[in-house]
Write a protein that binds this ligand. Structure first.
Ligand SMILES: [Zn+2]
Ligand SMILES: [Zn+2]
Length: 334
């Protein structure tokens, strides 16, 4: 099969993904072989390629927002059949037995595998995934429109929850720092729930997209919005935004950090954090987060804005993401 393979860590500007012919993977007893139709592009792919994550497996095929069709199943698979449309997310597999898995926190599993980081992902014609971790995709979404739901959407949804925003809090004020793929989906859930959204982004096109999607205010990361905010989600990987966000956060408010990697957070004056403000990270998701999100996404329904690239253009898509050149989400059509 054809796949985009990373052989060594490098900056994306050097176009390190190599389109190569590699063996098609074979599903194990509990896995499905998926013929990839579309794979979403995520900032985490950049972190994998550029070596910003603590572990690395090489060579690796990145990509963890896979939409495709089931081509083959292992002998123990009961929940999928050949021809089914399926979505393969970032959470590839958990151990089911560690203390976190047993406590319903499989997103924190000690022995988890992650698609496109620790096992091969979807920048390829085929990928394998454990059937229990594969999602059914609501029929309302095309393959292209569905791909960004699988990480940008699900992680954005978990970030919303951890920032204190739920469906029963209309009128709350939410700030979002960084307005890429995750933000453009998250704002639609927040608006659906009657939440006021304030978008902080340096890029003028991203501010316009935020306002098109219902933000009441859009500005730069050091700008002061007209109101203090109940909750903030930071999707941009810049640690200094934590300090900026604390300055616009109400007493008792929560800042959720939605990325897997962030540059160093500068020293924080305790007075900024005092009054029970909370800063917390968001790590992966549980399968339940994904199911809950996909249900809400179909109900709204979420409209993703995607820019489609060919498999041979994977480096180009990632360069566009790094340099904020693609408003909404980039996806690779295989
Ligand atoms: Zn576990
Ligand atoms: Zn991702």
């Amino acid at each position: 099969m054809k796949a985009c393979v990373l052989h060594s860590i490098a900056s994306i500007e050097t176009n390190p993904l190599e389109l190569a012919e590699v063996p098609t993977p074979q599903p194990r007893a509990d896995e499905a072989l998926i013929k990839v139709s579309v794979c979403g592009v995520c900032r985490t792919d950049l972190h994998v390629i550029e070596g910003e994550l603590p572990r690395q497996v090489l060579p690796i095929i990145p990509g963890h927002q896979i939409i495709g069709r089931v081509e083959q199943i292992g002998e123990r698979v009961a929940n999928l059949k050949i021809g089914d449309r399926a979505g393969v997310p970032w959470l590839h597999r958990t151990c089911g037995v560690c203390e976190y898995c047993r406590a319903g926190k499989e997103n924190l599993c000690e022995n988890a595998a992650f698609t496109g980081w620790l096992v091969n992902g979807g920048y390829a014609e085929y990928a394998v995934a454990p059937a229990d971790f594969v999602y059914q995709i609501p029929g309302a979404f095309s393959d292209e429109d569905a791909a960004p739901l699988l990480c940008a959407g699900i992680i954005g949804f978990r970030s919303l929850r951890l920032s204190g925003i739920t469906g029963s809090a209309p009128g709350k004020r939410l700030g979002i720092y960084g307005f890429g793929a995750a933000a453009h989906i998250t704002i639609q859930v927040a608006r659906h729930w009657g939440v006021e959204v304030y978008a902080f982004t340096r890029d003028e096109r991203h501010r316009r997209l935020a306002c098109d999607l219902g933000a009441v205010w859009a500005g730069g990361s050091d700008d002061q919005p007209p109101e203090k905010l109940d909750s903030v989600i930071i999707f941009a990987p810049a640690g200094e935004l934590v300090v900026a966000a604390l300055k616009v956060l109400k007493k008792g408010g929560v800042i959720a950090l939605g990325g897997i990697h962030m540059s160093q957070i500068p020293p924080i004056d305790y007075q900024l954090l005092y009054h029970e403000r909370v800063v917390r990270s968001v790590a992966n998701n549980t399968r339940e987060d994904g199911l809950d999100f996909l249900r809400v996404a179909a109900e709204i329904p979420i409209k993703t804005r995607v820019q489609v690239f060919d498999l041979v253009e994977a480096n180009t898509a990632l360069n566009a993401l790094k340099h904020d050149a693609a408003p909404g989400a980039a996806v690779i059509k295989v």
